[in-house]
Design a binder for this molecule. Structure first.
Ligand SMILES: *Cc1c(COP(=O)(O)O)cnc(C)c1O
Length: 391
């Protein structure tokens, strides 16, 4: 019994991948990367100015349907600035899932705010909007139009859903909660470039949304990120704040507020332009990989491949196995067996409310769904290159 589910999972992975080893998520450079990088070097504009930054921003806005996109140095800084622009200040609370990458909580902390952890749902792996509504009804009161946590007395200023492993969350449900409690929604869409909720791209529903182009994401700029917004004033401020708040002038260095050096270098943007051109092809390959895994894992008892939520189209950033309840105790044996063979697999992140930096933060009394998911999730090799040869 013990060995069998691990062996069956290894066999299914090998059936699909046809190789003895595979990384969790490798980038793929199959387009104009070399050409644009050369062009960038030849121009000598490799750093904080250059045409590729403007082009990447225009191309991202075009692809996502966002009115504006501002390229920045990574996804964490994108979220930091987005939260500041959403009005998050020292002493505020920011609602976010405990089941997320640490960057979501860190960005709130950088604003001097306190992360406030909420539970997830099985259907989307994102925040459970119904339980959040009930929780806020029980634990908060509206004072002068602000949602106040009765226990801490702090303002709950923002809600940050995270589209987990690329799967869109319950956006309508969460938008309704945000509206009813006068909380600003900012989407952490770091993992969901190329994922659509209905006909609209993730990251374009909140007041602001953020993307990441880290090396392990669906497309990469080496390191990078972007802020999405529909609001021209916010877009201008995002650009200003991420470029040291320098006032435009031919020779003078003057800065009208505390700014940040969060600008994406032109050389990274050059890589991003080439990557973005290939995004539809990369996502098709990732969706084919999902199909192949689905067939292979249909034969494996005790484990299920996570499928995109109804009404959404996912980029399948990280393919996800969910162990059945009675196989939860096999998680580490499976991780060990696969990694030993060079088939890279990973569990979900350590939940935020269990990290030393965040264990004292306010949270729902029960985070049982997130805790259960953390016991059952195993991410398997997901890079687009693995799906390229599949039909
Ligand atoms: C990748 C990621 C980020 C941003 O990460 P960077 O490495 O700073 O680009 C933020 N949130 C989540 C959930 C992520 O997965």
């Amino acid at each position: 019994m013990q060995a069998s589910i691990a062996n069956s999972i290894v066999a299914a992975l090998q059936q699909v991948l046809g190789v003895q080893s595979a990384a969790l998520h490798e980038p793929r450079f199959g387009g104009n990367e070399w050409r644009y990088l050369k062009e960038c070097l030849d121009s000598t504009f490799v750093s904080s100015v250059g045409k590729f930054v403007d082009r990447l921003e225009a191309d991202l806005a075009d692809y996502t349907g966002s009115a504006y996109a501002v390229a920045v140095v990574n996804g964490t800084s994108a979220l930091h600035i987005a939260l500041m622009l959403a009005g998050v200040r020292q002493g505020d609370e920011v609602l976010l899932p405990s089941l997320t990458f640490v960057a979501t909580a860190n960005a709130a902390s950088y604003c001097g705010a306190v992360p406030h952890f909420v539970d997830s749902e099985i259907a989307t792996l994102g925040i459970d909007a119904n339980r959040l509504r009930q929780y806020l009804s029980d634990k908060t009161e509206m004072t002068s139009g602000l949602c106040i946590n009765r226990e801490t007395g702090r303002v709950i200023r923002a809600l940050v859903p995270m589209h987990c492993f690329g799967h869109p969350g319950d956006i309508d449900g969460l938008l309704a909660v945000a509206r009813d409690f006068n909380i600003v929604m900012v989407e952490d869409a770091a993992e969901s470039l190329g994922s659509w909720y209905g006909h609209r791209h993730t990251g374009t529903f909140g007041k602001l949304g953020t993307l990441s182009f880290n090396g392990n994401k669906t497309i990469t700029t080496g390191g990078g990120g972007a802020i999405l917004t529909q609001d021209l004033e916010l877009a201008k401020l995002a650009k200003h704040m991420t470029t040291t708040a320098k006032q435009s002038h031919v020779w003078e260095y003057s800065h009208d507020m505390v700014g940040y050096n969060y600008r994406m270098p032109n050389i990274n943007a050059a890589l991003g332009c080439a990557q973005l051109e290939q995004l539809p092809e990369l996502i098709n390959a990732k969706r084919r990989l999902y199909q192949a895994y689905e067939e292979a894992f249909a034969e494996v008892a005790g484990v299920e491949l996570f499928r995109e939520p109804a009404g959404s189209q996912s980029n399948y950033w990280l393919q996800t196995l969910l162990l059945s309840e009675d196989n939860k105790d096999q998680r580490d044996a499976i991780l060990s067996a696969t990694n030993t063979l060079g088939l890279m697999t990973r569990p979900a992140w350590t939940l935020m409310h269990r990290l030393p930096a965040y264990e004292g933060c306010p949270r729902m009394a029960s985070l049982s769904v997130a805790e259960n998911l953390a016991d059952r999730i195993i991410n398997i090799p997901s890079g687009s290159a693995l799906g390229m040869g599949l039909d």
